[in-house]
Design a protein around this ligand. Sequence first.
Ligand SMILES: [Zn+2]
Length: 280
Amino acid sequence: MRRSSAMLSVLPDGTVEPVASVRTRLQQRLARHLRTAPALVAPDMPLVSFTFDDAPTCACTTGAAMLDDHGAKGTYYISGGLIGQRDRYWTVADDAEIAALHTNGHEIGSHTYGHAFVPGLDRAALVAESRRNRDRLRATVPGLPLESFAFPYGFGSVTAKRTLAGLYRSSRGIVPGLNVGRTDLQFLRANPLMEVWTDPARIAGLMDAALARRAWLIFYGHDVVDRPSPYGCTPGLLSAALRLAGDRGIPCVTVAEGLRRALPAPSPADRSPRPTHPTR
Ligand SMILES: [Zn+2]
């Protein structure tokens, strides 16, 4: 996800500001309700995943170090075309910082290469953006597995979800809620870890709900810095979230690991190859 563009503006609760077109709203609504990759999410214990879109440097240094201190690992969804670039709100991590994330056990996930708005891409363009991003990220980390995708700006479409299902094991949106029971793996729910949208009390409430329902709770944010952008959080808020998970004994795992733990183990007869990005 990332804040706004000239054509749309997405709020962290998944709603769309008026600049979004009727078509965009309809696509998002359909993407939300028409499951294209349904699966039964039923982890043995509740899980939390912390995800950071666009990989601002501070999320990859300050944020990753905080996760490490808590024995947690995060997922960073990266647009290869933005690596090392200065944005309005932050500087995106460079190659060395991304490689260090991978070395330390954090997950590198995929956005589109140029942070393109997915519903605006046809199938061929989405595949091309994915391949280009894979190639760019593998220039940084040779052989990098890319299992997880997040929709830039949080917008998906039914068509895109079908395409992405052949490329990634999961795609994450920004529709809030818990992942449990019958779940669309190509539109995982996620909740903002953003200073202006949440606070420790809300986070505690979500974790209590995850505990009660034995669910997989995903957070998404961007920068982690004392004076964050409207799309990021302070180290204090991330620290509080990690502490709240720790107090409840909820493991903090990457999205790829969360998915492995959330899905029932396949029976031997079901062990057919799953789609993975390297095949495309
Ligand atoms: Zn983004």
